[in-house]
Design a protein around this ligand. Structure first.
Ligand SMILES: CC(C)(COP(=O)(O)OP(=O)(O)OC[C@H]1O[C@@H](n2cnc3c(N)ncnc32)[C@H](O)[C@@H]1OP(=O)(O)O)[C@@H](O)C(=O)NCCC(=O)NCCS
Length: 184
């Protein structure tokens, strides 16, 4: 997948290290929006750190592990998605997502994650797609539900971040559920 069109004016692409400058600028601009939920948005404070982080995903992808994608709206990098994990042996993958505030509310993440699930399940034989979020992240939870995911349960205090021991909700979608929903 070099480019996958999401809408008339939006597309997703692999977020390769070559995009480090754009991605670092995106993080800088939208850190306040992302920081409550995403530790990497706090840690990646300059272009070299951002490039190294993207390189880690490029190396992971080369090993058939995690992957990261960017979303462009009218030519501007406005968000992204990742397979935080992609584990062929255990047939599981976990999706993570983010958007700039002005790109929210258009279904971009729902479309991008649907494409990722289709690829992971239909083309790569992954059986279980996971989505983790803190209980207070209403927009993230709405995405998981829109994608047809079910709440498996809560990992109590599994996400210590910014001095708070957050619970982590785990949602999942199984291959059989995905096939049922895409037949409808
Ligand atoms: C989580 C986050 C990515 C969700 O973004 P989002 O825009 O709500 O999600 P989508 O792109 O799927 O868009 C869904 C919205 O577009 C609307 N929409 C319009 N067309 C749509 C379509 N074709 N399909 C689905 N939704 C559509 C939906 O009604 C929904 O709007 P609403 O919530 O106002 O009702 C975003 O809020 C974010 O980046 N938050 C900060 C980072 C974060 O929390 N990341 C997740 C950590 S677990």
């Amino acid at each position: 997948m070099l480019t996958h069109r999401l809408t008339d004016n939006a597309e997703m692409r692999a977020l390769e290290p070559a995009y480090a400058e754009q991605f670092a600028a995106f993080i800088e601009r939208h850190r306040a929006h992302l920081a409550p939920w995403l530790p990497w948005s706090v840690a990646l404070t300059d272009e070299p750190l951002t490039r190294a982080w993207l390189q880690r995903y490029a190396d992971e992808a080369a090993r058939d592990g995690g992957r990261i994608y960017g979303i462009w709206l009218d030519g501007e990098l406005v968000g992204g998605t990742l397979f935080r994990t992609f584990d062929v042996r255990f047939s599981t993958a976990e999706i993570g997502v983010w958007l700039a505030p002005h790109a929210e509310g258009r279904g971009l993440i729902t479309r991008a994650a649907t494409r990722m699930i289709a690829w992971a399940v239909d083309e790569r034989g992954i059986n279980r797609i996971e989505w983790r979020t803190v209980p207070g992240n209403a927009r993230s939870i709405a995405c998981a539900k829109r994608l047809g995911m079910t709440l498996d349960g809560v990992l109590r205090e599994a996400f210590p971040y910014q001095g708070v021991k957050h619970d982590a909700q785990v949602y999942s979608l199984l291959a059989a559920e995905w096939r049922d929903s895409s037949r409808r």
